[in-house]
Design a protein around this ligand. Structure first.
Ligand code: IMP
Ligand code: MG
Length: 188
């Protein structure tokens, strides 16, 4: 039985090639900023694909761990109420941390994680996000390394999802909610 998806692809925002070029540019910036012993923390699940591509272009000594937070539930608005679902195993005290995120929207997730990691006394904390939606920001945060600034649209692909769908797309696309009534009528 195929599962019903409430969203459909409206348009492609960034192709596989455009993403790859941007990931390389970000890696050049990161390579020249850090000299050694970087702790990369990927924010699950959305950042897994970006992180996997990014670190292949990094030529500094690094370690990788993942943290998973929940806030969205089954819709496209952040609740602002963030919980750590899976924590990192590494001790980050005295280390340089680079958080790797797929997209920053309200900023709640990054703001929360920055505060949380500060308590663990790292040497530095920086943020690298592939995408940024500045018009949606609700808290003031600084992105140290940022790929593309995008308009206010919900995007999927390259690790990002809507209700867990579309993570496998090799490109980034804008989705739209399917009007279920019309959808059903045109399909009878
Ligand atoms: P924030 O806490 O509102 O900044 O939301 C950040 C998280 O929400 C990101 O880690 C994404 O996983 C998710 N998110 C925000 N906007 C989008 C989007 O357009 N598509 C898919 N996920 C998104
Ligand atoms: Mg994410």
């Amino acid at each position: 039985m195929s599962e019903e998806i409430d969203y459909e692809i409206k348009s492609i925002l960034f192709t596989k090639e455009e993403i790859n070029e941007k990931v390389k540019e970000l890696a050049i910036e990161i390579n020249s900023f850090y000299s050694e012993n970087l702790f990369i923390i990927g924010i699950l699940k959305g950042a897994f694909m970006f992180l996997a591509d990014l670190i292949r272009y990094l030529d500094i000594n690094l370690k990788v761990d993942f943290i998973e937070v929940s806030s969205y539930g089954a819709n496209t608005e952040s609740s602002g109420n963030i919980n750590i679902v899976k924590d990192i195993k590494m001790d980050v005290k005295g280390r340089d941390i680079l958080m790797v995120e797929d997209i920053v929207d309200s900023g709640f997730t990054i703001a929360y994680l920055k505060e949380e990691f500060k308590k663990r006394e790292p040497k530095s904390i920086k943020v690298c996000s592939l995408l940024d939606k500045p018009s949606r920001r609700k808290v003031n945060i600084n992105l140290d390394f940022c790929g593309f600034s995008i308009p206010d649209a919900f995007v999927v692909g390259y690790g990002m999802d809507v209700n867990e769908h579309f993570r496998n797309l090799p490109f980034i696309a804008i989705v739209d909610k399917v009007n279920k009534k019309e959808f059903k009528q045109t399909n009878v």
